[in-house]
Write a protein that binds this ligand. Structure first.
Ligand SMILES: [Zn+2]
Length: 225
């Protein structure tokens, strides 16, 4: 597409005026030369922009994005994605009522990548790393994130609390027995407990179903075709 500029403009602003947030841009060529986001255009130029998806060995040192990031902050609309990522063991800060300012604060303070479907928020200059999930479906979104941040090898299911994001601890049956329903006391012997919200986890009746979902997500994420 062709853009006429009234004044000297940074390449970041030009790309974003076309609707592409800068955290999704991995390589920029201006007249075949690699440049950074603060590069300004003054004369006629041909600009090529590449997404993270084709992160290759060409111009490897000029790439603008970090690939492997496993700490995230998700916006309030991504509750199901957050649960999925926590189920896979990933650290996701989430608050259903967080406003934009709070999201950006947590992102910057805790060095997290921002997950949001709000492209304008991703365009904020303070955002270094982030991703806009394309799909509306939480499982598809999870696959997108695992692919984008190359997380396949880091997946550790059932290690993190789905409710509060804390790492789970092993607990003996004696530790948790007061909190269990009568049938759970009889049938289960392996437990984990959240040191944050005290939620107790065990491989109960829906465990097999969860495991199937995890396997499906993992195999789809590895299959890049
Ligand atoms: Zn918890």
């Amino acid at each position: 597409m062709e853009r006429q500029l009234a004044e000297k403009t940074s390449i970041k602003d030009i790309i974003e005026s076309c609707g592409v947030p800068h955290p999704e841009v991995d390589l920029i060529l201006v007249d075949e030369q690699t440049v950074g986001f603060d590069h300004t255009l003054t004369d006629d130029a041909k600009v090529n922009v590449f997404p993270v998806a084709n992160h290759g060995t060409v111009n490897a040192e000029k790439r603008l994005q970090t690939i492997v990031i496993s700490r995230f902050v998700a916006d309030g609309h991504l509750g199901s994605l957050t649960r999925n990522l926590r189920l896979l063991g990933f650290d996701v800060a989430y608050s259903q009522n967080a406003n934009d300012r709070q999201l950006l604060d947590v992102m910057a303070r805790e060095d997290r990548a921002l997950l949001t479907r709000d492209r304008r928020l991703l365009m904020h200059a303070i955002v270094h790393y982030g991703y806009c999930p394309r799909s509306q479906n939480p499982d598809e979104q999870t696959i997108e994130i695992v692919r984008r941040f190359n997380l396949s090898e880091l997946i550790a299911p059932f290690t993190r609390c789905l409710r509060c994001n804390a790492m789970l601890e092993e607990a003996t049956k004696a530790d948790v027995i007061d909190k269990l329903e009568p049938l759970t006391k009889i049938y289960y012997n392996q437990f984990r407990r959240c040191p944050g919200c005290r939620q107790i986890y065990w491989p109960g009746s829906h465990f097999a179903k969860l495991q199937k979902r995890i396997e499906k997500i993992c195999s789809r994420a590895r299959d890049k075709a």
